[in-house]
Design a binder for this molecule. Structure first.
Ligand code: ADP
Length: 196
């Protein structure tokens, strides 16, 4: 059984950090749509030019564009044993599209959807903390606040979408990197047992 993981959670929840750890540990790719869009911007591609101003303000890239990027990525051979999807889906339309993409690549249900739970105040502190380090144009106080609003409005409903399917597991994401990763590993071990 492939290990197909989705990580949900607000900006600043630590999805990227844990996504990389999970991917390295399981030997599967970490697919982060934010990183993919930023790479397109840095490379100055046509797609990058189309999405640059959207990323700068913290709005969501249109669903059609985002879905195509993910469809192409998940269709690559290195996802055969699974993937860690981080930053997608972020809207209900994207979640429904993901179900279609999974069917296209002959997959059944996702192995697990991890819901990284962290209070807004902690997320804001973390994002402000990394702002100096990473220099992301969307890590200013007002853009952070805006991205959290976008998350609560557009992406948080996905928690219920996956809970209703019985594949959602909440993760206490307001702890250290090591503590969160150890909780994640327990959840993944249980998910693999029940899936195999
Ligand atoms: P964060 O989770 O810290 O907000 P990401 O790196 O995941 O940051 O995403 C950065 C930006 O990339 C988002 O604000 C949005 O503009 C764009 N983006 C990433 N994933 C998606 C998505 N699934 N749908 C639409 N836009 C996206």
């Amino acid at each position: 059984m492939p290990l197909d993981i989705v990580i949900l959670g607000p900006p600043g929840a630590g999805k990227g950090t844990q996504g990389k750890l999970i991917a390295a540990d399981a030997g599967i790719p970490h697919v982060n749509t934010g990183d993919m869009f930023r790479a397109e911007c840095a490379a100055g591609t046509e797609l990058g030019e189309r999405v640059r101003s959207i990323l700068d303000v913290g709005d969501l890239v249109p669903d059609e564009l985002t879905i195509e990027v993910v469809r192409a990525r998940l269709g690559q051979d290195d996802t055969a044993r699974g993937f860690v999807l981080d930053g997608f889906p972020r809207t209900l339309a994207q979640a429904e599209a993901l179900d279609r993409v999974l069917a296209e690549i002959d997959r059944g249900e996702l192995s697990v959807v991890l819901d990284f739970q962290v209070a807004d105040e902690i997320a804001v502190q973390r994002l402000l903390g990394r702002a100096g380090v990473e220099g992301r144009s969307d890590d200013t106080p007002d853009r952070i606040q805006y991205r959290l609003e976008v998350y609560h409005e557009q992406s948080e409903p996905l928690v219920e979408y996956y809970r209703a399917r019985g594949i959602l597991v909440g993760i206490h994401a307001d702890r250290t990197v090591e503590q969160v990763f150890s909780e994640v590993q327990q959840v993944l071990a249980a998910a693999q047992q029940s899936g195999s």
